[in-house]
Design a protein around this ligand. Sequence first.
Ligand code: TYM
Length: 351
Amino acid sequence: MSSEPSAVQTPNAFTPRIFSGIQPSGGLTLGNYLGALKRFVEKQDEGIETIYCMVDMHAITTWQDPEKLRHQTREGAAAFIAAGIDPARSILFNQSQVPAHAELGWIFNCVARLGWMNRMTQFKDKTAGKNAEAASLGLYAYPSLMAADILVYHATMVPVGEDQKQHLELTRDIAIKFNNDYGVNFFPVVEPLIEGAATRVMSLRDGTKKMSKSDPSDQSRINLTDSADQIAAKIRKAKTDAEPLPDTLDGLRDRPEARNLVNIYAALSGQTAAEVIAENAGAQFGTFKPRLADLAVAKLSPITDRMNRLMQDPAEIDRILGDGADRADSLARPILDRTKDIVGMIRSRRM
Ligand code: TYM
């Protein structure tokens, strides 16, 4: 009998498929919307196969209140749908309902090298100033599970914000090493899609820090659950400098706060930053901020309203996530099975 696993196929070309995920570890921000959600919808509407996930197993790498985690997972799903994800066209689910992620994650823990993990800047940032010895093992292994999220679907493209770039490089390294170690061409080498004017939306209080759901200051971010008044007030109070807007992009180079507001305007309006500068050259912030606030409210408030309406029926959200999980599972399962064959694991035919 041949020792070759007969079920193993090694495709040379992979069908274009998009995967991306968001952690339900807090409310979603304008950064998540512009850097991720809005672009997820664009990809869906381009007609590419799209798979989107609330990554609850990633969220628990730092302790989460169980009730809040459930709420935030539903709220995140509601945000996807409110932003334009159609659960009939895209697959939308929460990670823990598809066990293949964890199973492939373990196999990848055995492929990824300690040296690679030690270079991950997000782990260093998240433990900076704290006792790194007290961080969970899950937080350390986090990027390996992220690689599994993507590769368990043979996804080829991953839309993300700038902060995920290093994790996607690790995903590529894991795919390449797995393929080399086992002499196959089984996992695709994924392409990060980091595009547009808002790949790194910055804090409204400090233009050198990323806008983040974990920033202790609520004034630093716009939440997708903020009311129109809250959005306008936060933009009015956003830190800026005293100069009017320049007439070229170059004039924004050493002005991180001004550049951030211009980039946010560009991403919300679908323009380039250069077009926004051309339209607003010489404007004082007293003029530009109200324009930005009006635009932000016009774009975000309908999403917030839809989210709130969807959240009134949590059972329907759970049904959508369950349906998405079934569809995700049926894509992931055969890829995981073939991975097990490649690695040399016996599996009974009952699966
Ligand atoms: P998370 O939950 O921190 O963020 C979700 C997405 O939002 C983007 N993002 C931003 N983009 C621009 N400006 C910002 N200020 C900003 N803040 C967040 C992130 O880049 C991301 O695209 N590790 C991931 C979740 C994940 C994942 C995956 C992503 C798990 N598995 C597989 C892609 C593929 C994370 O923590 O994202």
